[in-house]
Design a protein around this ligand. Structure first.
Ligand code: SF4
Length: 421
């Protein structure tokens, strides 16, 4: 679902503002459900409007494919192939087993793109200009995707600049677009597991949960989310009445008056054990976790000011992650509703301990760079490496196991004073 040209000219954007649930109700009732026009809600991160490539070339040397279309290959292959330097011969190879046509060849034995030069600049861009780049490179880290009930225009957080931009520009713009019948039919084949309209109500409720004023930390809010997910019958997700979400909204208002949303007891050791397992490719981080797990090292203490900064960062991070949470496995389109929340909890738990690791390594106190670096590593190594979730069979977990796992992973809350002993 990547064709921006499918949409009619868009009306002016507005900012999503709190309270989000009534806003989604309004959009569903007044616009989205109005037929026969094909109305679709579009969300766009404010951060995207402020992105400008720093030219770090990180994205040009990672273990992912840089895909090219048939048209691109036909236009450029001979030009690169016949370059007098001889460096760029046979620059593409066809990928009949994948959804795209071809990919750029990597330099032998590395993940570096063939066109990346020694000074970290792209030969194509330098010699032929930005317009000559493959579409993937022109758009990165921006992407557009269908999330089952809305179209999202976001940025992948594996680009080193994205996580800090999300903190500076956390808002989300929205507009309602009318799309063509052909595109509409394609979107309808990938409906949100809760249904298109309920998917929007659920989004509004989650954003209220993450942002509504109250004493709860972001981790406590995620625990509350897990408790509400437990109330959903996995076999009847698409049959829920919209009133179900009214009840969720009411429950949230009552719950936030309570002073805390405590963890499930006695799960910390298991949570650490899992994180040790997930980080086995990162020996320094794994060693740090093992020292915590086996009590050779106390959990470092955060000051009240550090906790406040940590919670603010995590609040913005979660707001973005909830908006861009993909409830379909890509590219197959299989629904992975409960699994996506488990995977989000893995990322958040890893993020907390990576923040601790970086802070400890630099000798404290907590700095924004520790949190950004942790979010970048989570984005690059765990979120956008689809192999990570596959290797650990997360997509095939039963809903009950996902929710149990969430409770375990959310047993640490480093933003809460009594958990940083
Ligand atoms: S074509 Fe250029 S911009 Fe794209 S990955 Fe290769 S070096 Fe980077």
């Amino acid at each position: 679902m990547n064709d921006l040209s499918l949409h009619e000219p868009l009306p002016a954007q507005q900012w999503l503002t709190s309270p989000y649930y009534p806003l989604m109700q309004q959009l569903v009732e007044q616009v989205i459900a109005r037929q026969p026009l094909r109305h679709v809600l579009m969300l766009e991160t404010e951060a995207k409007q402020h992105f400008s490539c720093s030219g770090c070339a990180e994205c040009c040397q990672r273990p992912w494919a840089v895909d090219v279309s048939k048209d691109y290959l036909e236009k450029w292959e001979a030009i690169f192939d016949q370059d007098p330097s001889g460096y760029y011969s046979k620059p593409f190879y066809l990928t009949p087993e994948r959804s795209h046509y071809a990919e750029i060849r990597k330099k032998h034995g590395t993940h570096e793109c063939l066109f990346l030069e020694d000074d970290r600049r792209c030969m194509i861009q330098r010699r032929y200009g930005h317009e000559a780049l493959p579409t993937t490179c022109q758009q990165f880290p921006r992407y557009e995707n269908w999330f089952g009930s809305y179209m999202g225009r976001f940025m992948v957080s594996s680009c080193p600049d994205v996580n800090s931009l999300i903190q500076t520009y956390p808002r989300m713009a929205y507009r309602v677009a009318i799309i063509e019948d052909k595109a509409w039919d394609a979107l309808q084949r990938m409906q949100h597991p809760l249904g298109t309209e309920n998917g929007l109500l659920w989004l509004g409720w989650q954003l209220d949960l993450i942002t509504r004023p109250g004493a709860w930390t972001p981790i406590e809010r995620l625990r509350f989310l897990q408790q509400q997910l437990l109330r959903l019958d996995p076999r009847r997700l698409s049959q829920l009445l919209p009133q179900t979400f009214d009840l969720f909204e009411q429950t949230l208002q009552e719950a936030l008056i309570r002073s805390a949303c405590p963890p499930s007891a006695g799960r910390e050791a298991q949570a650490l054990q899992w994180l040790i397992h997930f980080t086995r490719r990162y020996s320094a981080i794994q060693k740090f976790l093992e020292q915590l797990r086996y009590a050779h090292r106390q959990l470092p203490r955060f000051s009240a000011e550090e906790q406040q900064r940590l919670n603010q960062f995590l609040g913005h991070y979660l707001f973005y992650r909830i908006c861009s949470l993909q409830v379909f496995r890509q590219p197959e389109g299989t629904p992975v509703f409960f699994q996506s929340y488990f995977i989000l909890s893995v990322h958040v738990a890893l993020w907390q301990f990576l923040v601790l690791y970086y802070r400890q390594r630099d000798g404290g106190p907590l700095q924004d760079v520790h949190m950004t670096r942790a979010a970048n590593l989570v984005g690059y190594r765990f979120e956008h490496d689809r192999g990570f979730a596959l290797r650990h069979e997360m997509y095939s977990m039963a809903p009950g196991h996902c929710l149990e796992g969430m409770a375990t992973l959310l047993s640490f809350d480093l933003g809460q004073s009594d958990k940083t002993a």
